[in-house]
Design a protein around this ligand. Sequence first.
Ligand SMILES: NC(=O)C1=CN([C@@H]2O[C@H](COP(=O)(O)OP(=O)(O)OC[C@H]3O[C@@H](n4cnc5c(N)ncnc54)[C@H](O)[C@@H]3O)[C@@H](O)[C@H]2O)C=CC1
Ligand SMILES: NCC(=O)COP(=O)(O)O
Length: 326
Amino acid sequence: MLKPLAITSGEPAGIGPDLCIKIAAQNKLLQQPLVILGDRQVFANRAKMLGLSFDVPEWDVTKKPLISFLHVPCAGDVRPGELNANNASHVLRMLDVAIKGCLDKDFAGVVTAPVHKGVINDAGIPFTGHTEYLAEHTDTEQVVMMLAGGGLKVALATTHLPLADVSDALTPELLERVLTILNHDLKKWFGIVEPRILVAGLNPHAGESGHMGREEIDVIEPVLDRLRMHGLQLIGPLPADTLFQPKYLESADAVLSMFHDQGLPVLKFASFGKGVNITLGLPIVRTSVDHGTALDLAGKGIADEGSLLEAIRYASEMANANRQMR
Ligand SMILES: NC(=O)C1=CN([C@@H]2O[C@H](COP(=O)(O)OP(=O)(O)OC[C@H]3O[C@@H](n4cnc5c(N)ncnc54)[C@H](O)[C@@H]3O)[C@@H](O)[C@H]2O)C=CC1
Ligand SMILES: NCC(=O)COP(=O)(O)O
């Protein structure tokens, strides 16, 4: 029997509970058992708003229903679309339970519905994203955020930080670690024998030979040269504005962009609502949706569950690849 994937329902005032309820209502589509983490009362109320039933049994490690529920109580009131900082600890508690369950091998992996980074910080808890939280809470020094969708895989050298801090963060050590993990995990999870990775420059026109910034010359090129000597197939640094065209993409397995809004708008334009966010470099399987909490849609029944279904499909495939490697 396959182990279940844990699905953390994320910000309770957002669309996470809606998406989980919609997916539970179509459980025959699932090939992997799921344990949904959330507040039982929030799910009962939300299901009523959506006009759907949510008759899902409590999770019990000895029983194996296709979908079950693990109650993690909210501390504050929950109204769809209205953030409440009192529920930040509930959001993080779900992550902690899922991480422990993955490390203890009760769960095959974790799929995360969106959280609201701002309200967790409003609660006085520094939080930049699941990616960084998962790294810290699994004692992983370096992870890599990669989104897949629309035939593309786009990884990020830097993740959630102000644009003004990107250049300083982009050290040779960071870039080398990120490319090594990306290359390794494209082989491990996706069976790509010799990954070909397109690497974007940081500056317009990849620095225009040093006239528009020197990060390409001082940081990126030396790292690419060094890693090529170890056999990595790296193409670049290429100007980011022109690398996303079939001529380059057709022969590539992934793109490494230097910062969040260099690569993700392209990926999301190609696949919004069907994309998947994958954390590479972790000791556990973790995927997520390509969208945020969509507070404007919570409780209305119109949020698209396509990305969460894709995230479940990817996690399931990764968990099975993991089993076969043992
Ligand atoms: N995996 C995660 O936990 C993520 C969390 N976020 C967080 O979400 C919060 C809100 O971020 P925004 O930039 O406003 O992005 P957002 O994705 O929540 O919303 C952007 C637009 O897309 C629409 N949208 C989003 N998901 C949709 C769905 N499933 N079906 C139909 N329409 C959908 C929304 O209605 C809105 O118009 C922020 O706090 C951000 O940090 C953002 C991305 C990922
Ligand atoms: N843009 C991606 C995003 O914000 C999700 O990040 P994370 O919470 O998965 O780290």
